[in-house]
Design a protein. Sequence first.
Length: 263
Amino acid sequence: MKEVQGKYKYGMVIDLDKCTGCGTCMVACASENNVTVRPDESDKERSITWMQLYKITNGKAFPDTEVSYFPRPCMHCHHNTPCVSVCPPTATKMDYNNGIVSQIYTRCIGCRYCQAACPYHARYFNWWDGFSLIKPFSKGMERALSPEVSPRMRGVIEKCTFCHHRLMRAKNQAYTEERRELAEHEYNTACAEACPAQAITFGDLNNPGHRVSKLIKSPHAFRLLARLGTDPKVYYLSSKTWVRKMADNYLPGEFKRITRATG
């Protein structure tokens, strides 16, 4: 069956050579999208982080050690989307008009099939009610919540949405101005806007005028687990060969030979 292709295809490019691992993108994401945090941070296995920051090394001893940091939002897979194909109540879907993989919390039954199917571990199960976390703090903390993003209830899956509410805000503004097209700067994610190193670039991958569509043509561009064929909309840039190899579950030469021999 021929794949449906919309006019817009929003995606992200993250330059790992610029990323310093400061974690500003994680804080901006959590603040913008009302991501709940446990008061005591006691159980990291049940913590929710839509934007996760990883640290990797080349595995060599000092002084040949090299370190790289890479942020990992939802990849918003465009083809054979694993989470969409396994969801029984169709609580998640890929919008071919803009390429964003959405999550409908009121449909989610908490089966966690999508969490198990996601090869990037980008989906999180909510173990507690978000509003209950406000009680231990002083009165008025609820005013810190963003009115544009609904807090999630206990028992549902949540994930990065490319700050979809910002897209809706930009489209509403364009509608009032009797415009159909959005300028590149009008729709941007919180992580890309907050990054002090300007390592994250967001835009329309289908628009040749947007910066992201030019960056993905770089010889240093790659995607995580590209061999799975999920066609992620999040690209990475790195001039380090070992980083690009590690992104696709690269195996050392001796194991590579065994795989080829038995495959």
